[in-house]
Design a protein around this ligand. Structure first.
Ligand SMILES: *[C@@H]1O[C@H](CO)[C@@H](O)[C@H](O)[C@H]1NC(C)=O
Ligand SMILES: *[C@@H]1O[C@H](CO)[C@@H](O)[C@H](O)[C@H]1NC(C)=O
Ligand SMILES: *[C@@H]1O[C@H](CO)[C@@H](O)[C@H](O)[C@H]1NC(C)=O
Ligand SMILES: *[C@@H]1O[C@H](CO)[C@@H](O)[C@H](O)[C@H]1NC(C)=O
Ligand SMILES: *[C@@H]1O[C@H](CO)[C@@H](O)[C@H](O)[C@H]1NC(C)=O
Ligand SMILES: *[C@@H]1O[C@H](CO)[C@@H](O)[C@H](O)[C@H]1NC(C)=O
Ligand SMILES: *[C@@H]1O[C@H](CO)[C@@H](O)[C@H](O)[C@H]1NC(C)=O
Ligand SMILES: *[C@@H]1O[C@H](CO)[C@@H](O)[C@H](O)[C@H]1NC(C)=O
Ligand SMILES: *[C@@H]1O[C@H](CO)[C@@H](O)[C@H](O)[C@H]1NC(C)=O
Ligand SMILES: *[C@@H]1O[C@H](CO)[C@@H](O)[C@H](O)[C@H]1NC(C)=O
Ligand SMILES: *[C@@H]1O[C@H](CO)[C@@H](O)[C@H](O)[C@H]1NC(C)=O
Ligand SMILES: *[C@@H]1O[C@H](CO)[C@@H](O)[C@H](O)[C@H]1NC(C)=O
Length: 535
C-alpha cells in the first residue's frame, strides 16, 4: 500500500534522480566472460540512510527483479534463479554475479529509496563475452613457392575478440597490397609470397578487453631459388696442362637445397655438384657449366660457361741445322726449331741473349720456326736460342753457330833489328776460324817451321833477311801472307850505354884483332896463301 501511494512521487523523484544516477554506479558499462564473475561496483559506502535497495535486470524485452534489500529489516531477498550465483554486500549494495552465462548480458538497474522517500536509480550494461580458446592459424596451402604462391592464413579461435597479427614479437607490417587483412581481421592474404614473409614465426592474437589468446607460432616453408649460383674452377686458368687435374665446384642459394649438376659440351657429367677431372686430356677441352634445380620451385639456373682448353706442355725442343760446316761469305744455313712434344704458339729467337733482328740475310720463316741465314758472315757466329711458348708452358733450345772464316789481318810482330847472339821472337798472327796453319819463308826459302811464333835463341848474321809468314785456313782454303825484315847487327857495332869495362874490352879486342890481322897479312905476303874471313 505504501508503495502504491508513493508511486507518483517516486516516479517524479525517479525522473529527478536520473540526474544523480551517475553517482550510484562507478561505470555504466562492464564486460564479463562466460563462466567467470562480474561485480557491479557502487559508489555507496553505507546503506543506513536507505529504505530499500533493489537490483533488477532488463534483458531488452522485460525487466525482472533480482534482489531487494529492506534496510530496516536487515533482510535481502534474492530471486530464486540467481540464488546460487549471487553475492550481495549489504554495506555497499554491490552485487557479484558468478558463473556468468551469455543470457546475463543486458542492463542492470539499481534503485534506491531513501529515507526521505526519494528514489535514486543507476544502470550498468553488462556484456558477456565468450571465453577465448583454440586460437590457431591455418594456411590454405601447406607449402609455398616464392614469387608464385599466394597464401591465405586464417586465424581462428573460440570466443569473442578481435585479432592481431605478429611477426615474432613485432606487430605484422601490412602494406595493404601484397600483404593485407580482411575487414574481420582473421584472414591474412599474402600475394606472391617472399621467403622472409612468414619466417617470424607468425602469431595470431585474439583478444578482448578481459583476456587474450595466442596461437602457436606458425611457420610456412616458402621454397625459393635456386639463385646466386656460384661456381669455382681450380686452377682458374682456362688453359690447362695435359695430365693436370681440374676441380669444379658449384653452389646455389635455394630452399630446399638445389640439385646441382655439371654439363660438359651439352652432356651431363656423372659427378654432381663438385667435379674433379684428373689426368686431363685433350678430349676434356670444352664448355663446362653448372645447372642448379630446385624440385619444389621447379626453377633452374645455369652458371656462366667455363671454357677449358687442355694443351700439351712443350718438351724436347731442339734446333736442327741444315749444314754443319759454314764458311763465311759462301754458306747458307737453315736452323729449324721444333718441340718433340706439344704445339708451340709463339717462337722467339735470340742471338747471344738478345732478340734476333731479321734482315736481308737473316730471314725468319712465316711460322718463325725456321731461321735462314744467307751467305753467313763471321758476325753471325754466336749462340742462337729459340724460345717456344704455348698457353701452358715454354721450352727452349740453343745452338752454337761456328762460322769458318779467314785468315784475315795477317800480321808479324817482331823487332826489325837484333844484335848478334841476342834472342828474338817473330810472331805471326791471323784472324781465322779454325786457326790458320803457318808457313814461314826466309828470303823465299821455305823454313822447316810451322808454328805461329818463331824464336831465335842466339841471332846470327844468317838470320837476317825477309821473313814471310803465310797463314792458311784449311777449311776456307784461303791463304794470306805478310813479310817482315830482320837485321842482325854485326859484332862491334857500338852502342851507347855500354859500360866502360866493356868499351875497354872491345878496344883491347879490336887492337888484338888489328895486331893479328897485321901479322896474318905479313905472313900472307910471305906465303902468298889466302885465309877466309871468319865473318
Ligand atoms: C567467482 O567468485 C567466487 C566467489 O567469490 C570465487 O570462488 C571464484 O573463484 C570466482 N571465479 C572466478 C572465475 O573469478
Ligand atoms: C543484519 O543481519 C546480519 C545477520 O543476518 C547480522 O550479522 C548483522 O549484524 C545485522 N546488521 C544490522 C545493522 O543489524
Ligand atoms: C562489503 O564491501 C565492503 C567495501 O568493499 C567490504 O569492506 C566488506 O567486507 C564487504 N562485505 C561483505 C559481506 O562482503
Ligand atoms: C590460397 O589462396 C590464394 C589467395 O586467395 C589463392 O590464390 C590460392 O589458389 C589458394 N590456394 C589453394 C590451394 O586453395
Ligand atoms: C619457425 O621458423 C623459425 C625461424 O626459421 C624457427 O626459429 C622456429 O623454430 C620455427 N617454428 C616452428 C614452429 O617451426
Ligand atoms: C691429380 O689427381 C690424382 C688423383 O686423382 C693425384 O694422384 C695427383 O697427384 C693429382 N695431380 C696433381 C697435379 O694435383
Ligand atoms: C663442394 O666443394 C665445396 C668447396 O670445397 C664444399 O664447400 C661443398 O661442401 C662441396 N659440395 C659437395 C656436395 O661435396
Ligand atoms: C748440325 O750441327 C751439329 C754440330 O753442332 C752437327 O753435329 C750435325 O751433324 C749438324 N747437322 C747437319 C744436318 O749438318
Ligand atoms: C763457295 O761456294 C761455291 C759454290 O758452292 C764453291 O764452288 C766455292 O769453292 C766456295 N768457296 C769457298 C771459299 O768455300
Ligand atoms: C729449312 O729447313 C726446314 C726443315 O728442314 C725446311 O722446312 C725449310 O724449308 C728450310 N728453309 C729453307 C729456307 O731452306
Ligand atoms: C825439320 O826440323 C825437325 C825438328 O825441328 C827435324 O826433326 C826435321 O828433320 C827437319 N826436317 C828437315 C827437312 O830439315
Ligand atoms: C837474305 O837476303 C839478304 C839481302 O836481301 C841478305 O843480307 C841475307 O844474308 C840473306 N840471308 C840468307 C839466309 O840468305
Amino acid at each position: 500500500m505504501d508503495f502504491y501511494n508513493l508511486r507518483v512521487p517516486l516516479l517524479i523523484l525517479a525522473a529527478l534522480g536520473r540526474c544523480c544516477s551517475q553517482s550510484l554506479l562507478l561505470t555504466d558499462k562492464t564486460n564479463g566472460v562466460v563462466g567467470k564473475n562480474v561485480t557491479f561496483k557502487t559508489a555507496i559506502t553505507s546503506t543506513m540512510d536507505f529504505v530499500t535497495v533493489t537490483w533488477s535486470f532488463n534483458n531488452g524485452q522485460s525487466t525482472a527483479p533480482i534482489l531487494s534489500h529492506v534496510i530496516s529489516k536487515n533482510s535481502s531477498k534474492i530471486d530464486a534463479k540467481y540464488a546460487s550465483r549471487i553475492s550481495y554486500n549489504a554495506t555497499t549494495g554491490e552485487v557479484q554475479l558468478r558463473s556468468l552465462m551469455k543470457e546475463d548480458g543486458g542492463e542492470y538497474i539499481l534503485s534506491i529509496v531513501n529515507s526521505d522517500a526519494t528514489l535514486q536509480t543507476g544502470q550498468i550494461l553488462l556484456e558477456v563475452l565468450e571465453p577465448i580458446t583454440d586460437v590457431k592459424i591455418s594456411s590454405n596451402i601447406s607449402e609455398a613457392v616464392e614469387f608464385d604462391s599466394s597464401v591465405v592464413l586464417t586465424c581462428s579461435a573460440k570466443g569473442s575478440f578481435t585479432y592481431k597479427w605478429f611477426n615474432g614479437s613485432v606487430a605484422l607490417v601490412l602494406d595493404d597490397t601484397r600483404m593485407k587483412l580482411n575487414p574481420n581481421g582473421n584472414e591474412l592474404t599474402i600475394t606472391l609470397v617472399r621467403r622472409t614473409d612468414l619466417r617470424g614465426p607468425i602469431i595470431c592474437l585474439a583478444e578482448n578487453t578481459l583476456e587474450s589468446g595466442k596461437s602457436a607460432p606458425f611457420n610456412l616453408t616458402v621454397s625459393y631459388g635456386p639463385e646466386k649460383i656460384v661456381t669455382t674452377q681450380t686452377p682458374t686458368d682456362p688453359f690447362l696442362k695435359k695430365g693436370s687435374n681440374l676441380t669444379l665446384t658449384c653452389s646455389a642459394d635455394s630452399d630446399p637445397p638445389a640439385q646441382l649438376k655439371w654439363m660438359f659440351n651439352g652432356a651431363e657429367l656423372l659427378q654432381k655438384a663438385n667435379v674433379t677431372i684428373s689426368n686431363l686430356e685433350a678430349k676434356d677441352s670444352g664448355n663446362y657449366s653448372c645447372v642448379a634445380t630446385n624440385v619444389k620451385t621447379n626453377r633452374n639456373v645455369v652458371s656462366p660457361v667455363a671454357l677449358v682448353t687442355v694443351l700439351e706442355a712443350l718438351s724436347g725442343t731442339n734446333i736442327s741445322n741444315s749444314t754443319s760446316l759454314l764458311i763465311a761469305g759462301n754458306s747458307t744455313v737453315n736452323l729449324t726449331c721444333s718441340a718433340a712434344v706439344g704445339k708451340a704458339e709463339t717462337v722467339e729467337w735470340l742471338k747471344d741473349g738478345k732478340p734476333l733482328i731479321p734482315g736481308d740475310r737473316v730471314i725468319l720463316s712465316v711460322d718463325k720456326k725456321s731461321l735462314t741465314i744467307v751467305q753467313v758472315v763471321k758476325e753471325d757466329m754466336g749462340e742462337y736460342k729459340c724460345l717456344l711458348k704455348n698457353k701452358v708452358s715454354k721450352d727452349e733450345a740453343s745452338y752454337k753457330m761456328v762460322i769458318n772464316y779467314g785468315p784475315e789481318d795477317v800480321k808479324v810482330k817482331a823487332k826489325n833489328a837484333v844484335k848478334f847472339e841476342e834472342s828474338i821472337e817473330i810472331a805471326c798472327s791471323a784472324a781465322s776460324i779454325p786457326p790458320s796453319m803457318y808457313t814461314w819463308k826466309l828470303n823465299d826459302t821455305v823454313m822447316n817451321f810451322t808454328r805461329a811464333i818463331y824464336v831465335i835463341e842466339k841471332a846470327k848474321a844468317a838470320d837476317s833477311g825477309i821473313y814471310t809468314c803465310e797463314a792458311f785456313n784449311p777449311i776456307t782454303k784461303m791463304m794470306k801472307k805478310t813479310t817482315h825484315k830482320l837485321a842482325v847487327t854485326e859484332v862491334g857495332a857500338v852502342d851507347e850505354g855500354l859500360s866502360g869495362g866493356a868499351i875497354a874490352g872491345i878496344v883491347i879486342a879490336v887492337l888484338v884483332a888489328v895486331i893479328i890481322i897485321a901479322c896474318i897479312i905479313k905472313r900472307k905476303r910471305k906465303s902468298g896463301t889466302d885465309i877466309p874471313s871468319p865473318y
